[in-house]
Design a protein around this ligand. Structure first.
Ligand SMILES: [Zn+2]
Length: 267
């Protein structure tokens, strides 16, 4: 049971459970907040790698513009990868995977690039990665795709700016940088899924950047219910059926445990 949440939160959690029980196509939307418990820090909060790099300098334009820009980006990315590679899913990720096993989950739409939903057991085809993934590196010229580990060992052994061995083109992690266009296919797919779900559950996103900010509204306009679990307020709290201001891990695992208990009791 929750021992440090007030009675109001307990009532809200109960209400979310009932909504999940009534829902058939749940879209879970996740952001940085769900991965902090796995040791991956949000670039908006101080600490770790973000004290040594300025995210605004690591934008797409600087990456394309010069060898120096690419060198800086790869220096950052080389240092970030070990944290991503060793990160393990936390109880929040596992709770979402439980929704999949229960047949409730339509898909996860995530702003995260850490593959933790897949690591928690949600199949690859059920995860829409709006900001790409660190798992792959792409050639910007010919499109050749490299496993990250392969390029990581090259940059760790002295290659400051790796290039494509097929065409000599620029290699870039398959993540969406600041200033880089959103991936069309994923964005469209996310919008379609948001429009056809019956519950849109936000976990650990402050819903400030496009297109994240649009998705809950698309869902709501098409008749879905909207539940937001985030530590801090979001611009869409006013549209939500239920808002819970907490870290996602404990709340999500509590919700899913209670859903399972209710199912066992046949409620
Ligand atoms: Zn190439």
């Amino acid at each position: 049971m929750l021992n440090n949440l007030g009675g109001l939160q307990v009532d809200k959690i109960d209400a979310v459970c009932d909504i999940i029980l009534q829902s058939k196509r749940v879209v879970v939307f996740t952001g940085a907040g769900i991965s902090t418990e796995s040791g991956i820090s949000d670039f908006r909060s101080p600490g770790g790698i973000w004290d040594r790099f300025d995210p605004s300098e690591l934008n797409y334009q600087n990456f394309l513009a010069s060898e120096a820009g690419r060198e800086k980006y790869w220096d950052f990315s080389r240092q970030l990868w070990p944290t991503m590679a060793k990160a393990k899913p936390n109880r929040g990720h596992y709770a979402i995977a439980e929704l999949y096993h229960m047949g409730k989950l339509d898909c996860v739409i995530t702003q995260n690039i850490d593959s933790l939903h897949q690591k928690s057991g949600v199949p690859e085809e059920k995860v829409i990665e709006l900001h790409g993934t660190m798992k792959w590196v792409n050639c910007l010229e010919c499109g050749k795709k490299y496993p990250r580990e392969q390029i990581q060992s090259r940059v760790e052994t002295g290659e400051k700016v790796p290039v494509c061995d097929a065409c000599g083109g620029i290699l870039k992690p398959a993540t969406i940088s600041f200033g880089q266009p959103m991936p069309e296919k994923e964005t469209r797919e996310a919008e379609t899924r948001s429009a056809s779900c019956d519950l849109f559950l936000v976990a650990g996103s402050s819903l400030v950047v496009y297109p994240a900010a649009q998705m809950p509204l698309i869902a709501k306009d098409n008749g879905a219910r909207l539940v937001i679990i985030n530590l801090t307020p979001t611009p869409h709290d006013g549209y939500a059926d239920i808002v819970i201001y907490e870290k996602t891990g404990q709340v999500l695992s509590e919700i899913v445990e209670q859903v399972k208990a209710k199912l066992r009791k046949g409620e």
